[in-house]
Design a protein around this ligand. Structure first.
Ligand code: SF4
Ligand code: SF4
Length: 479
């Protein structure tokens, strides 16, 4: 089978002529799961930019990516550019999670959570509502242009454009203060970037979800191409039970003489009644009976379709089901189950747990302020006319809490009055989310300078002195 697939791949042209897909509706557990995830994802995506959130200072919006003040507000969490490591870690964790789930249950991300799937699903729903079920839509597309066709095709496209527009507007709203942005946008008073962004995203959403659809998954998505390296023969994927479906004499429609299971088995026919329902519901046009194909996004709708047919015939469900290649190759396949005890899956799980641990540790040990100290090295030290030796430092403080904070800067290991400040004074106040670079000088007399090689800076946040930070620095008086 694998070799045959490879040969098919080799013979396949780079772009196969598109065959229009008119999906049929289907009911079942995977359809319900997809609908539930879709509703949850839409509610989250469209409502979050409008959700208020009480904070002592800064934005009162639950989620705001504030590029101007360089702060990301996520409920009670405020992320600064200095936290870029945490953001990178979150991306790595998402990648490891994707690899882990793909190793276990194939392209579940694609079938249930991917934005392309969610938006295509919604656009298909619009088509179903306006243009009717699959046969009606095929008829409509074949008929010449008339009032009915213009209204139904045009009406669906207008609704899809509106959804695309609102998707684009909501995305841009995440970067702006709402509801002020809503008003400014619609009276033409918003930043021009917002208008360009909305136009670009409206067009791209409409193109991807309303026009290109499965072509995005097949030709544009890189994940479709490399996900096969994460598959193993124990990975659960939508699969057709070939032995049961085909028997020894192949599949056949349920007609007189081969209507009951007994009649079919007596003649060697399998349980597939060749109704084609599993193909008609597939959003990427796959015939799962030909084996797993890279176009399959693991959405499970063909499983619902086949189970519906099996239920109507009173036969056992599961002719098409999530199962592994290994299980289906057995003489008597067992119950499909998730197989965690595999090296690849355990490896992904290990990487995932490790990165999650690092993330939690970093959040737990995250300080309310950040301190970076750099010694000025041009020149390394200055000899004053009275013999005093001067070293200069730049202290960079970032206030990461949502209230203004006063910081006291002290030294340890130096005589009193050796530390000198510029106009900032000491203690100094930093506003919430802001940072400050403070130039300081350390002056030591000749004898003390010779015996001092290092000392400590101590930075004390006055509202919370026990969170003071100590930084060890060197003092230079010789080349
Ligand atoms: S073959 Fe089945 S699981 Fe795969 S995309 Fe089509 S309907 Fe979804
Ligand atoms: S839905 Fe089931 S019975 Fe109908 S063609 Fe597909 S596999 Fe065969």
């Amino acid at each position: 089978m694998a070799i045959q697939e490879l040969e098919d791949e080799i013979e396949m042209p780079l772009y196969k002529k598109r065959i229009p897909i008119y999906t049929r509706t289907v009911k079942g557990q995977f359809r319900n799961l997809k609908t539930g995830i879709l509703l949850l994802a839409y509610a989250t995506y469209f409502l979050l930019p409008w959700l208020p959130w009480a904070r002592p200072s800064g934005s009162h919006q639950a989620v705001l990516f504030d590029l101007v003040s360089r702060r990301f507000f996520l409920f009670d969490l405020v992320i600064y550019p200095q936290d870029i490591f945490l953001l990178s870690l979150v991306l790595f964790i998402s990648g490891a999670l994707l690899f882990f789930t793909t190793g276990l249950i194939g392209r579940a991300w694609c079938g249930y959570f991917c934005f392309q799937t969610l938006w295509t699903d919604a656009f298909m729903l619009i088509e179903h509502i306006i243009q009717g079920e699959r046969p009606a839509r095929i008829r409509l597309m074949k008929q010449p242009w008339n009032v009915e066709k213009v209204l139904k095709v045009g009406g669906a496209r207008v609704l899809m454009l509106l959804l695309s527009f609102w998707t684009a507007f909501s995305f841009i709203a995440y970067f702006n203060h709402n509801p002020e942005f809503f008003v400014r946008f619609f009276i033409g008073d918003a930043n021009s970037t917002a208008y360009y962004g909305v136009v670009f995203l409206t067009i791209s959403t409409f193109l991807a979800g309303a026009l290109l659809r499965e072509q995005v998954c097949i030709y544009m998505c890189p994940y479709a191409r490399f996900q096969s390296v994460m598959y193993e023969s124990d990975t659960l994927v939508p699969a057709y039970n070939l032995k049961r479906g085909e028997g020894t004499a192949g599949r056949i429609v349920a007609k007189t003489g081969v209507h009951t299971l007994e009649q079919r088995q007596a003649k060697g026919h399998g349980d597939c009644v060749d109704c084609g329902y599993c193909v008609q519901v597939c959003p990427t046009g796959v015939d799962i009976r030909k084996g797993l194909q890279y176009q399959c996004i693991s959405c499970g709708l063909c499983i619902d379709a086949c189970n519906t047919i099996m239920d109507s015939l009173g036969w056992e469900r599961g002719l098409v089901r999530y199962d592994s290649e290994n299980n289906l190759q057995k003489d008597k396949p067992g119950k499909p189950h998730l197989d965690f005890m595999r090296l690849k899956v355990l490896g992904y799980a290990g990487a995932l747990i490790l990165m999650l641990g690092v993330l939690v540790y970093n959040f737990e040990t995250r300080t309310d302020f950040e301190v970076r100290i750099a010694q000025v090295r041009q020149p390394l030290y200055i000899e004053m006319s009275n013999g005093t030796v001067r070293n200069r430092y730049e202290i960079h403080l970032v206030n990461k809490v949502q209230l203004a904070e006063q910081y006291l800067i002290k030294t340890e290991g130096l005589p009193e009055n050796s530390l000198h400040f510029g106009p900032s004074g000491n203690p100094l106040t930093i506003q919430p989310g802001k940072d400050m670079k403070i130039p300081v000088k350390v002056d030591l007399d000749e004898v003390t300078a010779k015996s001092t090689k290092s000392f400590n800076f101590i930075i004390v946040p006055l509202s919370n002195p026990e969170k003071q930070v100590v930084r060890h620095e060197s003092f230079d008086s010789e080349k």
